[in-house]
Design a protein around this ligand. Sequence first.
Ligand SMILES: [Zn+2]
Length: 332
Amino acid sequence: MQVIEFICPLCQGPLRRESEAYVCARDQRSYPVTLGIPDLRVYTDQLVQSVTEQALIARLLAEYPNRSFAELVELDRSLSPAVPSSLRARRRVHIEGGVVRAKSSLAEMQRLGALSARGQFLEIGCGTGEFLVAAADVFQTVVGLDISLPRLILAKKQLEDTGRQAIVISASAESLPFSHESFHLVVGSDVIEHVENPVQVMREAYRVLVSGGAIFLATPNRWSLTPEPHVNVWGVGFLPKAWRERYVALVRNVPYRNVSLLNWFEIRRLLGQTRISRWQIILPALSSEHTARLPAWARAAVPVYHALKDYPLTKWLVYLFGPLFHVICIKK
Ligand SMILES: [Zn+2]
């Protein structure tokens, strides 16, 4: 595995490695390391971890040596704010299908000639690490980045349990702690709809890419005719943004924050605000892993989706109202 050098996310200067921290001399700033995971997050309100997060991290660290990945995930759930059990089951299925979905995405990139294997791989928003597990079989160096340190503790455990090698690091996707041209592939799977500043995230992903390297995104369609996937509620994306949170609270009694789905027009506008000139929005084929969470009527509609998306006269319907997009960008 090749060494990846971290740089200061604030000034992009070099970092000095100390025993339990990385230090930027220029900013006089120290970035802590927890369980071998560097914490290079930069908040506007400074580097103070929230009290809730600190408590969660302490519990996860205490239980880390004696629990499997699945057991740590259960512990994390039991300590996290109440999520209705129906949604919890959906999220479990989503995590369980993660490695299979990642493998099919990597195969899709290979078919499109956008995959430069055996190079350096970065996932932004790697969560509990399913894509990292799949990527570790293909790439020489695998790096997973996430804004949540507790999730990375779970990711580290999953990598250990599956015998895969990857570097995990907590940082903001808006200010990546890597030099220019460090990676051959940058993946953001179900993440661009959650970040604070999607344009900045795309610019940063592009910056750290080698020439000829690729960005791969997967994201749900705001105008999908299927229920909003995070909360399983119909029609959320058709409402004005200001109404969505109240509507979801009313229907499902769960919070709906930090989600801002994009439709086809909005993805094009987003890419137009970057220097990315070669890109393609793809309507992916849906595997049974994708469709496992869908209600019966939607599963029955999958063959219709496949027929419509592959037929030139009806393709636009799927661009407008299909369930999700894949986006591939190539750096010149
Ligand atoms: Zn600095």
